[in-house]
Design a protein around this ligand. Structure first.
Ligand code: NAD
Length: 278
């Protein structure tokens, strides 16, 4: 089995570049999906309080027989818990649900600039507490635009280790990725295959045919070669395995550029500057 590369974070920790995402996996299916992923070789799971399956992620990890230290687990703060006291309670509740005494990575899920009087700075300062206590080995943000990151940079002490944003061939996010590169913030790309939307693209199909891989594998490989961290989601064992088999081939620079040129700034999810669901 080819090893998954580790990406070095700005605080000395490292994260497997390929993980397994569990958004929209029913709690009743989660233990099995996580167990399958861990058997296949994934060692990084991406969940969130708002996915409603942290407990089952913890069960899947416990059931695998792997040491806690062998699996990198991320969770995220719910949108209704941005106020510092609520965030402290929510973090404790996430740890309890997972059955862990620390998280590898804990994120603010959405900036919610139209809620909480526009304050996400005090929320970030609360995550800084979790980091200093060692209960979150790394802290980061999700769906933050450069202007949100700039505000944290000016007002707080710790630079986020990651920004988890929607990225796929139809939404290449060049501006956010450039800002993150400049500030040593690792980029995690969510919906890496656009929830399936990019797989029928003819350019991706023809590259896949030429290299003898599936369109999903080609797109996941494109992310890896651009240096982003990804965690595709599936409950289908054959796809969980397929999505892991992306380290035994390489795309040419021309292929990478051709896929990047498919960008049309097309989101599958909400716009972080407008999203206000609490
Ligand atoms: P994804 O791009 O991973 O697509 C998942 C869907 O694609 C699956 O439901 C399945 O139908 C299909 N699929 C998976 N593998 C396939 C294959 N090999 N061939 C054909 N179809 C395949 O989308 P996602 O689940 O939205 O994103 C991945 C992860 O990113 C999530 O599970 C979650 O962990 C994270 N995420 C984070 C946020 C955020 O706001 N931070 C938002 C959405 C997702």
């Amino acid at each position: 089995m080819t090893a998954v590369p580790q990406i070095a974070l700005n605080n000395g920790q490292s994260i497997p570049e390929l993980g397994f995402g569990v958004f929209q996996i029913e709690p009743t299916d989660t233990v099995e999906a996580v167990s399958t992923a861990l058997q296949v070789g994934y060692r990084h799971i991406d969940t969130a309080e708002m996915y409603g399956n942290e407990k089952e992620v913890g069960e899947g990890v416990a059931k695998s027989g792997l040491d806690r230290a062998e699996v990198f687990v991320t969770s995220k703060l719910a949108n209704d818990a941005h106020r510092p006291d609520d965030a402290r309670r929510a973090f404790d509740t996430s740890l309890e649900a997972l059955g862990f005494d620390y998280l590898d990575l804990f994120l603010i899920h959405w900036p919610l600039p139209t809620k909480y009087d526009g304050d996400f700075v005090s929320t970030w300062q609360t995550l800084e507490e979790f980091y200093r206590e060692g209960r979150a080995r790394s802290i980061g943000v999700s769906n933050f635009q450069p202007h949100h990151l700039r505000r944290l940079h000016e007002a707080t002490e710790i630079t986020p280790a990651v920004d988890q944003i929607e990225v796929h061939p139809f939404l290449t996010q060049d501006d956010v990725r450039a800002f993150c590169a400049e500030h040593q913030i690792a980029v995690e790309g969510w919906s890496p295959i656009g929830q399936g939307a990019v797989l029928d693209d003819p350019a991706i199909g023809s590259i896949a045919e030429r290299v003898g891989k599936t369109p999903a594998q080609v797109v996941l490989r494109w992310h890896v070669q651009r240096g982003d961290i990804i965690f595709p989601k599936s409950v289908t064992p054959s796809r969980i395995k397929e999505n892991f088999e992306i380290f035994d081939f390489e795309l040419s620079d021309g292929d990478v550029a051709e896929i990047s040129a498919l960008n049309k700034n097309q989101r599958t999810g909400p716009d972080p500057d407008k999203f206000d669901m609490v």
